[in-house]
Write a protein that binds this ligand. Sequence first.
Ligand code: MSP
Length: 513
Amino acid sequence: MAEKIHLTTPLYYVNAEPHLGHTYTTVVVDTLARVHRSMGRDVFFLTGTDEHGDKIAQASQARGSDPRSYADRVSAVFRSTWDTCGISYDHFVRTTDDYHVAFVREVMQKVYDAGDIYFGEYGGRYCFGCERFYADRELVDGKCPDHKTEPEWIAEENYFFRMSRYQQALLAHLEANPDLIAPAGYRNEVLGLLREPIGDLCISRPKSRLTWGIELPFDDRYVCYVWFDALINYVSALRHARPDDWQEYWAGAHHFIAKDILKPHSVFWPTILMAAGLPVYRGLHVHGYWNMGESKMSKSLGNVIRPLEMRERFGMDGFRYFLLREMAFGSDSSFTEDAFNTRFNADLSNGVGNLVSRVLAMQHKYFGGAVQPVTEDTRRVADDTLEAAFVEAETRAVAALEKAAFHVALEEIWKAVAACDKYIVEMAPFKIWKDEAERPRVGAILHVLCDALRHLARLLAPFMPETSAKIAALLRAEPGRLADPALPWGASFAPGHLVEPPEPLFPRIEVPR
Ligand code: MSP
């Protein structure tokens, strides 16, 4: 039976429309979902929207709307954006979905019955942007480090989750599972958090202040804290969509987030799971921020890049390539138009795009588009060297993906592209063509190169699915053959197989001087 795996993005707040930051995490998970599917695993890829809480209530009010119709509209924008971008999610969850609301209430009741929720008073500094209380030591100059605003002092009676009861169990779990949180810097950050008392978590908001939330099953004067509600989606949606075998997927659950929401995912969520009697997820994978200049890209700072606009201007794959190639997963990156144009022109137009065009152009110029045989007589050592470069690229790319090092995986694949360019220069088919006796060798060289393009299409598929499909279409490769890693080189195409004439894959971006 195929191994089951559950991959998640954060549930995005509906107070902003999708920008490059959301797109990055979503593209990362989409890429991995495609990798796992290609390895025969049974993937459940979950994304969706986070719709309750102060933030959304305030945003809808500011627009003169009610929270529900406002959330309906923005959630639909997220969903259609991911559809247009070709994101291969299996399920889109909304925290306003009935099944989710019902399951959150079920979990709350269970935790309450077990004695892990109590009533008490609390005063603290609250950041509405983050929807959480801040300890004084977490503030920078008295301000929220993310939103650069002063949190408001709030004191009220509320319900609390006995998170502190699970602190030792969480620490022990982290120590027993060194790969639970990656990269290691973030694991260390969490270990640091656990060196201090984590306290209990305020999990309710009085309706006198906020009504836009899930009502507590044991006190109708209160609604649930948005984070307690939202985190539970990772299980509620899975149970809903895969009722028979959700536990098997849950055993292979991997969450992908940026560092802004590390604490809720590394401290709140595992302790909630423990209290609810559910196993902790298998992996939490944390990336850095996309910045615009010095600041984090965010709706509140107003410095955003929109995915649909990028797709319109440069194609989705150009945008995907940049996101995955430019950021080292875990560290921060900057988005600049210059960096985008440079990568696009160097790696895509001059790199893959040019390679595909050259090979197809030669195939047409010399053989009317018909692939020639490779025989004992026409085969050379250099052909094996090129094949070895692809095998090595694939091995290294697979190893990099295991560490979520997408940029390294792409760098490795581009070494195979460079190996093709070198092969063309060294084999010089355009020169040896002049010698009639060498023409069968020219046929073999081009066959080997078509083979290389077939493998390139296969390796690129999870990262750049449209480009992969375009290369396959230009080669007129049968899908079964395209995907077969074991098919020997020189045997991909029957002699006489016709390939298409070249077509530009990535027209150069003209940069005004
Ligand atoms: N609703 C919560 C998450 C609940 S998960 C159960 C939330 N939503 S959010 O809309 O603010 O999304 C935050 C996430 O969006 C980040 O963790 C990251 O995945 C992505 N990003 C948004 N802006 C980003 C950057 N500027 N840089 C990198 N990723 C960012 O938090």
